[in-house]
Design a protein around this ligand. Structure first.
Ligand SMILES: NC(=O)c1ccc[n+]([C@@H]2O[C@H](COP(=O)([O-])OP(=O)(O)OC[C@H]3O[C@@H](n4cnc5c(N)ncnc54)[C@H](O)[C@@H]3O)[C@@H](O)[C@H]2O)c1
Ligand SMILES: [Zn+2]
Length: 818
């Protein structure tokens, strides 16, 4: 490589690395894997070594990846927050060990091994036992001050007590979002139609940098600590420092260990390779550090990393598997997610059978063909992913995978919005999973709180045509007689392409015989899977004889079945019988076979057919038909359900507003809007200007509110719900005011206040009857001017002639002496 070529290559690498660093640290996104990123960085370092004339101070090889953001105050780190050297190979680990030996001149040292936690680095400073500052790593020298957010993390002590606590010290650790929490948040986001968070690390990083600490508090972040710093800590080894942290009440992961040699370290690494997936958080490797602080000092630092520590990163495990098919899942918001069904393969401690394909772009990027052999990887992510196709194994004659064009649930042509990767089904009002999603949200504990309506029951009611929207729920009462005996699952049924209804052999045989248990019949049919129907019926005859229970009667019924089956000329389906034939055997000549066939063409369950026919049956016939059905709704369940629905009518307006599932109206926003507008009419008629003036409302929300109320069907739905008795008006006693000294006043606070945190002042103003507006506008009555009020805000306020008052003047208005 000529120096000129090297220079060009170096420049290109720096540009690429800076780009990915920016995505990773500023936008909490990634486009390439950590492994790919680390390879780029390694190549840059290699080239800079070979051509030192091109080394520059601000090369990404010389600086830690993050920077500071402009939303927060910043603070200097007393001790710089560095990166760690990393490697994916054992040889390099051995080479690291050799370098340590060389540096120290002997082998008399110990390693302290910890897992490498995949979260956000944080530094906490304590003085006199009090947490005074929490700062992100930032660019390593200076970071963002996020103290208020960090204080919301429950197991970070704000005060520590005890003997011999240094007057001042700093601790470092990794803030993370436990995987379980991450999954819970995403399930809820899906329910209210917000995009899913990509992974726990990004979620943690995004949360730590939020502006509103009350939202941070709702996400159950956690933190593991792994470093103690300060002038007079009184310990000289890392393990002692860790024990101090534990003693003082800081959360330390119990996974650490001390190792006498690099060999032991390798054992530790091997030991955690799979076990780490059982931990509550993502980890991506192991950090080994020299235990003795004097030895650390001897070894020192390079520009960016310590020479006394290194991270060994686990390479994502991968394996080959065959693509069997692709299932297209329709989410509760209509988004389509293709999922690859794979031949089972063992990977990272689990058997993998499925992998997410995300969207059509991903399928295209991979260039997937039907039946391809693919590489599957399970890295930090919870869901395995396909990383590539093994071209040599492509099947001759195979064609590329074609993305579906219609919704697999409702056949509506799919759409794809500009700039969005996912296809979605636009049939929001009638597509079953979307109805399910909306109703699940509606009945959610934090919305209408109807806990007698679980997913399975809602699904049954939707599938069998009883509910399509919220208002239908409140009309179920009038249909309660039809609900009795409603079948909960339709798994036992199949419809042929021409609409004939079939039922599983097991269920049919069970209802047609007497004295033989369902389990025994199930075992029998399992043994005869995929055999011609005639042969199975013959075998069943033999089975009845050997079972020796009511033989004559049971065989008589079976012969009748065969006779009607022969006469019916209905199509056949493996392991199933036509429902009209079975019913005809059971109820005899009450109805003709033709009539049964005709009715069953339009229905999907025996229950529905029987409602249509409305026959006066004998007790025995009823019993036999009941055996034909799946699990059914019983009286207790129905009354429980109806009671829950009735009780929900007393939910307050803010809950109802949240339950409607208007895009972007979460629980908080619903509360804010309900209190501000006091009834749905006022919200419906609100102008953009009025909306934007409310704290917490932005353009996107204004758009969804208008979109919602512009849809006539939504207005009709609200009308129906109102008639049914739901609350669309705020109950005034809901909020008892501390005073009404601020009634009618619109107020903004700017800059740092001495007596209030940001959300406290808002609550305080509202509790005294006032309204908090979030931006400077003519509508304001006055602004409370805190310390360091932004000059542009101040200028604008003065221009508009808005009064500025000090915090003390404000408190005096309320007779609150300071
Ligand atoms: N995929 C991408 O696009 C992309 C972009 C940028 C960075 N990255 C990845 O992120 C890594 C980030 O590099 P980095 O400079 O932030 O540092 P690093 O993550 O490689 O190592 C240093 C950090 O490790 C953390 N850590 C976790 N457990 C620890 C423990 N037990 N002891 C000490 N530290 C511990 C600390 O936060 C520390 O700041 C890169 O190696 C790369 O793999 C990926
Ligand atoms: Zn659909």
């Amino acid at each position: 490589m000529t120096p000129q070529q090297a220079k060009e290559k170096i420049d290109r690498l720096r540009q690429t690395i800076n780009y990915h660093n920016h995505l990773y640290y500023q936008e909490d996104r990634t486009e390439i894997s950590d492994f790919e990123f680390d390879q780029l960085l390694e190549e840059l370092i290699r080239l800079e070594k070979e051509f030192p004339e091109f080394l520059e101070e601000d090369s990404p090889s010389q600086r830690v990846g993050g920077t500071i953001t402009k939303e927060f105050e910043t603070a200097l780190h007393e001790y710089r927050m560095l990166s760690l050297g990393n490697t994916y190979s054992e040889e390099e680990l051995l080479a690291f060990d050799e370098r340590v030996v060389k540096g120290l001149g002997h082998r008399n040292f110990e390693y302290f091994c910890e897992l490498k936690f995949d979260g956000v680095a944080i530094s906490l400073v304590y003085e006199n036992g009090k947490l005074i500052r929490a700062v992100t790593r930032g660019d390593g020298t200076r970071g963002d001050v996020v103290t208020e957010n960090v204080k919301t993390i429950r197991n970070i002590p704000i005060h520590i007590k005890g003997k011999n606590i240094p007057q001042k010290f700093e601790i470092r650790g990794e803030i993370f979002l436990p995987i379980k929490e991450f999954e819970k948040i995403n399930a809820e986001r899906e329910l209210i139609g917000e995009p899913a968070l990509a992974n726990p690390r990004n979620a943690a990083s995004g949360t730590v940098k939020m502006q509103d600490s009350s939202i941070v508090a709702k996400r159950r972040l956690n933190c593991y600590f792994y470093q103690l710093l300060g002038e007079d800590i009184g310990v000289n080894h890392h393990d002692e420092a860790i024990h101090l942290l534990e003693k003082w009440g800081f959360n330390v992961s119990p996974t650490y260990t001390k190792c006498k040699s690099i060999k032991e370290v390798l054992k530790y690494i091997e030991n955690w390779k799979e076990k780490r997936f059982e931990l509550p958080l993502d980890t991506d490797g192991v950090v080994l550090k020299i235990n003795d602080y004097d030895q650390r000092e001897e070894l020192g630092f390079t520009a960016k990393i310590p020479r006394w520590a290194i991270a060994y990163k686990y390479k994502a495990e991968s394996a080959q598997s065959e693509l069997l098919s692709i299932t297209y899942q329709v989410g509760r918001t209509g988004a389509i997610t293709p999922v690859a069904n794979l031949s089972p393969v063992h990977l990272a401690g689990t058997t993998v059978k499925r992998a997410s394909l995300h969207n059509a772009n991903e399928i295209e990027r991979l260039g997937l063909y039907e039946g391809d052999t693919v590489m599957v990887e399970k890295g930090g992510e919870i869901i395995p992913k396909i990383t590539g196709v093994v071209m040599e194994k492509r099947k001759p004659g195979a064609g590329p995978v074609h993305y579906i064009e219609h919704c697999p649930e409702c056949e509506t042509p799919l759409e794809r919005k500009e700039g969005e990767a996912k296809h979605f089904c636009p049939n929001t009002k009638n597509c079953p999973p979307q109805i399910l999603g909306r109703i699940e949200h509606f009945v959610h504990k934090r919305a209408m709180d109807i806990d007698s309506l679980g997913t399975e029951r809602i699904k049954t009611l939707i599938d069998q045509g009883y509910i399509r929207n919220f208002a239908d729920l409140y009309e179920l009462e009038s249909k309660s007689d039809q609900l009795l005996g409603l079948e909960m699952s339709q798994d036992q049924y199949q419809k042929s392409d021409d609409g004939y209804l079939f039922i599983s052999l097991t269920k049919a045989f069970f209802s047609l015989t007497d004295g033989i248990s369902l389990t025994a019949i199930q075992k029998f049919t399992e043994r005869h899977l995929d055999q011609p129907l005639k042969a199975v019926i013959k075998a069943f005859e033999l089975f009845i004889r050997t079972s020796n229970k009511k033989v004559a009667q049971n065989i008589g019924t079976l012969l009748k079945l065969q006779e009607i089956l022969d006469k019916s000329h209905l199509p056949q389906m493996e392991d199933h019988l036509p429902v009209p034939v079975v019913l005809h055997v059971l109820i005899g000549n009450w109805v003709s076979l033709e009539k049964l066939v005709e009715v069953s063409l339009h229905e999907n369950t025996v229950h529905a057919i029987m409602i249509k026919l409305n026959l006066p049956l004998s007790r025995e016939q009823e019993d036999r038909i009941k055996r034909l059905k799946a699990n059914t709704f019983q009286e207790g369940v129905i009354s429980n359900m109806l009671e829950g629905i009735e009780a929900s009518k007393s939910q307050p307006f803010e809950k109802v507003l949240f339950a409607l599932g208007i895009r972007n109206i979460g629980e908080n926003t619903a509360q804010i809007l309900a209190r501000y507008f006091k009834n749905i009419e006022a919200l419906k008629n609100a102008t953009s200007e009025e909306l934007l003036n409310i704290n917490g409302v932005g353009d996107i929300l204004v758009h969804s509110i208008h979109e919602y109320f512009n849809d006539k069907e939504n207005l009709k739905l609200i009308d129906r719900l109102r008639t049914q008795g739901l609350n669309f008006v705020l109950m005034e006693e809901e909020r008892t005011l501390a005073s009404n000294k601020l009634t009618g006043l619109k107020i903004l606070a700017s800059g740092k206040l001495n007596h209030f945190k940001r959300d406290e002042i808002i609550d305080f103003i509202e509790a005294n009857g006032g309204q908090y507006l979030k931006s400077v506008s003519k509508a304001l009555d006055f602004i409370i001017e805190g310390e360091d009020m932004g000059p542009s805000k101040k200028e604008k306020a003065e221009k508009l002639g808005i009064k500025l008052i000090s915090e003390n003047e404000f408190l005096e208005m309320l007779d609150k002496k300071v």
